[in-house]
Design a protein around this ligand. Structure first.
Ligand SMILES: Cc1cc2nc3c(=O)[nH]c(=O)nc-3n(C[C@H](O)[C@H](O)[C@H](O)COP(=O)(O)OP(=O)(O)OC[C@H]3O[C@@H](n4cnc5c(N)ncnc54)[C@H](O)[C@@H]3O)c2cc1C
Length: 313
């Protein structure tokens, strides 16, 4: 039988994905913090973690000002990520494509789109308002039937390679002193609203005063170990990769149809995704999309994208 190990850290971060590794990075860069940080990650291949499976989109188009401000912070950070996340002079290349997000609205969604646009530009985001004629002029491949307006991020929106971002945060966090352990947090010792230690599947125990829950879709389950009800849990998301022989010109932004279906280039293919159709109608303005969550097919808006023709890069 293995003797359980005992250790001590100032901060234990549960989960070493994008959120946990960026938390470790920001603690490492905080001049007012000099404690020991241990990141516990149960699967360093990240096979089922959200980060490498995500679409890597960076945007400022949200309906709530705080989210827009977070998006603006991300825009500035991504713009300087090479320099900020460099280790030994080696700068990561996140492959940031500043392709913009294009949100589309039907006549029913137009008012919500306008409301969101006012919040975004009020917070300083560079988002253009496009009437249908402007949409057609800018994106000749777009079927504008039934569209009432669109909003397009002119600067700072696009997509990165999410796994490169995660690995860059992790490498930099380590260089700044964070320690990564391959193990699973299975219990959190706590009383009187304070945590004292985490217990690991290996049998080890790490005493600590602070636990950061960054367990992705498993965060609700981890928070429960500390007696905290956190309404975070797994939800099904689906992404399709569709081969295209022809690239759209001008380039396809990360486009979100009024149904909530989104599509972005992934040369020479496109990636398209959607949420699981809901049975209840979501309150307008609280969803990612700006239309009612109908089950309308996504085929017609981008039908030109998959028409066979000559291959271009
Ligand atoms: C299909 C899809 C598309 C997306 N597109 C975008 C997008 O375009 N833009 C965007 O900003 N976001 C997008 N997201 C959301 C984004 O991926 C997540 O918000 C982000 O990756 C969450 O990072 P995380 O570190 O919290 O979670 P994860 O990357 O899931 O990492 C959590 C880690 O915690 C570990 N863990 C869990 N429990 C324990 C435990 N008890 N002990 C130890 N380790 C544990 C897991 O192994 C995992 O590695 C998308 C998500 C999906 C699924």
């Amino acid at each position: 039988m293995t003797q359980a190990g005992s250790d001590r850290a100032d901060v234990v971060i549960v989960g070493g994905g994008a959120v946990g590794s960026s938390a470790a990075y920001f603690l490492g860069t905080d001049a007012g913090f000099s404690g020991r940080v241990v990141v516990v990650e149960r699967d360093p291949t990240y096979a089922r973690a959200s980060t490498p499976l995500s679409v890597g989109g960076i945007r400022q188009q949200f309906s709530i000002r705080e989210n827009v401000e977070i998006g603006l912070f991300a825009r500035d950070f991504i713009g300087r990520a090479g320099e900020l996340l460099a280790v030994d002079g080696e700068q990561p290349d996140l492959g940031f494509v500043e392709g913009g997000y294009l949100f589309l609205a039907t006549p029913e969604g137009r008012a919500v789109l306008a409301e969101n646009h006012a919040v975004q530009t009020g917070a300083g985001a560079d988002i253009a308002w496009l009437e249908p004629a402007a949409l057609a002029a800018r994106f000749p491949w777009l079927n504008t039937d039934g569209l009432a307006a669109g909003t397009l991020g002119e600067r700072g929106e696009g997509w990165v390679d999410p796994n490169t971002l995660l690995q860059a945060f992790k490498r930099k966090a380590r260089a700044l002193g964070a320690e990564y352990r391959t193990d699973e947090v299975v219990a959190i010792e706590h009383d009187g609203g304070r945590v004292h230690a985490v217990r690991l599947a290996s049998g080890d125990r790490i005493a600590c005063g602070t636990v950061v829950v960054a367990a992705g879709a498993g965060s609700g389950a981890v928070a429960r170990l500390a007696g905290v009800a956190l309404p975070v849990g797994p939800r099904i998301r689906t992404v399709y990769q569709i081969d295209c022989r022809e690239s759209l010109r001008p380039r396809l932004p990360l486009t979100i149809d009024p149904t909530g279906v989104y599509v972005r280039p992934r040369v020479p293919a496109i990636s398209a995704g959607c949420r699981r159709p809901r049975t209840r109608t979501r309150r307008p303005g609280r969803s990612r999309s700006t239309g009612a969550g109908s089950k309308r097919s996504c085929g017609r808006r981008w039908r030109t994208a998959s028409r066979p023709s000559r291959r271009s890069s």
